[in-house]
Design a protein around this ligand. Structure first.
Ligand code: TRP
Length: 327
């Protein structure tokens, strides 16, 4: 028997990069064996971004191919696309009936997003983002939700919404999930800022070895190290955290070489290129063997499994709020 039920989603906002791999997927992989996991592509959530429709559908599809290539295993976990299980949206509507608008307006991520997109960008979908998240997780009775720090306030709000719903409709018996704060090594983008597609500083997983080398060559290192003969400080270098993950066995000699100026940044980057090639080799090879039909089959089976689990919750919720069942 597996311990907990775990639910987590990822928005399809572009091709997967190393930040996704180290920040999210590594934890998902670790949890597969111990828990009953539901992993989904949060395509409805992605609609709250600026986007082109054909991009989202392609990114959703490729996201599943990437998950499979990285080892998320459909025999262990339920892998699906959020919009394939319409109950997410239905439940969000019902949760909305008890959610004070003021709670949502106070949410820092909502305010940030509106500030970013400009006035006039306020809309119900964006406002209700945490309500949809509440539906995502409680639909499957998740007790644990692995999230990064940036999602903690969303989950806190989601918990309050669920609590309020249970208080008003005790028959719903919705499970209030606990956040599972996942510690992950901080990998910054190639320019030293947070790794994000919008900054153009990512290292994409599906990039060719040549493209990856180009990205690494462009990486910022210790800025105080002006000359090849200057000693460097790995703790001020953007590259070193990558070595700590991908060149674990060489970190001692890299640190030593850097601080004594025996190793230059160009050669240090070459070491990382080799390490990354090794780390991503298996993923790249596997990715090439996963056909479109394979992806479609996984999506379809996942949607069936998720829908069955969701239907149990939805029946209970519908009855608890006073809806008459169709049969
Ligand atoms: N909002 C999350 C993010 O941007 C994605 C997400 C949607 C999610 N629904 C979820 C994560 C439910 C965990 C549980 O990263």
């Amino acid at each position: 028997m597996k311990n907990n039920r775990v639910v987590s989603g990822m928005r399809p906002t572009g091709r997967l990069h190393l930040g996704h791999l180290e920040g999210v997927i590594r934890n998902w992989l670790r949890m597969q064996d111990e828990h009953e996991c539901f992993y989904f592509v949060a395509d409805v959530h992605a609609l709250t971004d600026r986007y082109e429709p054909e991009d989202i559908s392609q990114w959703s599809f490729e996201m599943i191919r990437d998950w499979l290539a990285l080892g998320i295993d459909p025999a262990k976990s339920t892998i699906f696309v959020q919009s394939h299980v319409p109950a997410h949206v239905s439940l969000a509507t019902l949760l909305g009936m008890v959610t004070p608008v003021s709670w949502l307006e106070r949410c820092p991520t909502y305010k940030d997003r509106v500030a970013e997109l400009g006035s006039g960008s306020e809309n119900l979908g964006l406002l209700a983002y945490p309500v949809l998240m509440a539906a995502d997780v409680t639909l499957y009775g998740a007790d644990k939700v692995p999230v990064g720090e940036d999602q903690v306030t969303h989950l806190e709000l989601a918990r309050e919404v669920i609590r309020k719903f249970n208080a008003r409709f005790p028959g719903a018996r919705l499970v209030e999930p606990q956040p599972l704060l996942t510690s992950s090594p901080k990998l910054m983008g190639t320019d030293g800022r947070k790794m994000s597609k919008s900054y153009g500083n990512t290292v994409e997983l599906a990039a060719t070895a040549e493209e990856t080398q180009k990205r690494i060559r462009s990486m910022k290192t210790d800025e105080a190290r002006k000359l090849r003969t200057d000693p460097g400080n790995p703790d001020h270098c953007n590259l070193y955290p990558y070595h700590a993950i991908y060149s674990v066995e060489q970190t001692g000699e890299i640190r030593q070489g850097c601080t004594t100026a025996a190793l230059g940044c160009v050669d240090c980057k070459k070491i990382l290129m080799d390490s990354l090639d090794r780390a991503l080799g298996e993923y790249r090879a596997r990715r090439g063997t996963i056909s479109d039909d394979d992806v479609r089959a996984v999506m379809a089976a996942g949607a069936r499994r998720a829908s069955a689990a969701a239907a149990e919750t939805m029946n209970r919720v519908a009855q608890s709020v006073g809806m008459v069942l169709p049969e």
